[in-house]
Design a protein around this ligand. Structure first.
Ligand code: MN9
Ligand code: PYR
Length: 306
């Protein structure tokens, strides 16, 4: 019982980054770059890495690749940053295997999205599914990963939390990447002592803060902006906080061009950090040369990463 309380009291503090999975030109994962990527996150005000998430193309990796990648991150992190393992998959069994593995390698927390081919059609089914995943890692804090605009699962996230409260003992909250702020707020109101809501929508961070949602989950190149925003906000300097939110908005808008937001974010990070993330994996497609040139110009023009 005491042990369970300890798990439930777990709280993520600070910013979370969802790292990309770097690929070599031949499409294999470039595991060797993970230590440098980890140091980059640490140097840019991130406290956690959310491994094998959306930007990490986790759903496009094999189970073996996801395990190996997670192991490399845990080793590189070495207590310097925390590790959250995303274990969502398109079938329950894979998710369970990944959850068990994540607990075995000693991550700080796990998170999972729901399958999106056969989707859970109501909140009850979603709870049952997530209970079966979380149950494989009974000693590890668990978060639901809610990202409806990608999965197409438009269930009521706050209702999920309410129903899951007594059914998933390790449930600590959710990563709310869906864009409906009212839903994030409703989640926040379910049980403030028990559930933590993380904000996965960059452009809403200042608004999320005002609702008491203070952990951003973001792209690796957003660390300094969010750190500055939060610092200003905590001091009550709303004018500066607003300025940094506007920066975040401008950065986010760069992704809104031909090529698609996810491949563009990955290429942006290579350009900004100098760490070569390589190509994206199919079905995503890399942006063309012309787009990359124009992206480079726009990044320079913002002048934020000199
Ligand atoms: C899954 C994903 O890409 N999330 C990103 C967080 O880092 C965000 O930048 C969102 O893409 C963005 O905030 C959507 O509005
Ligand atoms: C950022 C994020 O939410 C993800 O890539 O998983």
């Amino acid at each position: 019982m005491e042990e369970q309380q300890k798990i439930r009291n777990f709280r993520i503090r600070g910013a979370v980054s969802a790292p990309f999975t770097a690929f070599k030109p031949n499409g294999e994962i470039n595991y060797e770059i993970i230590p440098a990527f980890c140091s980059y996150l640490k140097d840019h005000h991130f406290e956690y890495a959310y491994v094998n998430g959306t930007l990490g193309e986790g759903m496009s990796l094999t189970i073996e690749e996801r395990k190996k990648s997670l192991e490399a991150w845990v080793e590189a992190a070495d207590g310097k940053i925390g590790i959250i393992a995303h274990v969502g998959a398109n079938n329950l069994r894979d998710s369970q295997v990944l959850a068990r593995h994540a607990e075995d390698v000693g991550v700080d927390a796990i998170a999972a999205l729901a399958p999106s081919f056969f989707k859970p059609t109501n909140e009850e089914a979603l709870v049952e599914y997530m209970a079966a995943v979380a149950g494989m890692a009974p000693k590890t804090p668990f978060y639901y990963y809610c990202i409806n605009y990608v999965t197409g699962i438009y269930l009521n996230a706050a209702k999920f939390l309410r129903l899951a409260k007594d059914k998933i003992p390790t449930l600590c909250g959710l990563k709310h990447s869906s864009k409906e702020l009212t839903s994030a707020h409703s989640c926040m109101m379910v049980d403030k002592d028990r559930f933590q809501v993380m904000c996965g929508t960059d452009v809403q961070y200042i608004t999320a803060l005002s609702l008491g949602i203070d952990v951003p989950v973001s792209v690796a190149f957003m660390g300094d902006v969010f750190y500055n925003l939060k610092t200003a906000y905590d001091k009550g300097d709303m004018a500066s906080a607003m300025k940094f939110q506007e920066q975040a908005q401008l950065i986010d808008t760069l992704r809104d061009r031909p090529g698609g937001a996810f491949p563009i974010a990955k290429r942006m990070f290579t350009i900004i950090s100098g760490l070569d993330m390589g190509p994206v994996r199919l079905p995503l497609k890399d942006i063309c040369k012309e787009q990359e040139d124009s992206l480079r110009k726009d990044i320079d023009a913002l002048g934020l990463w000199k």
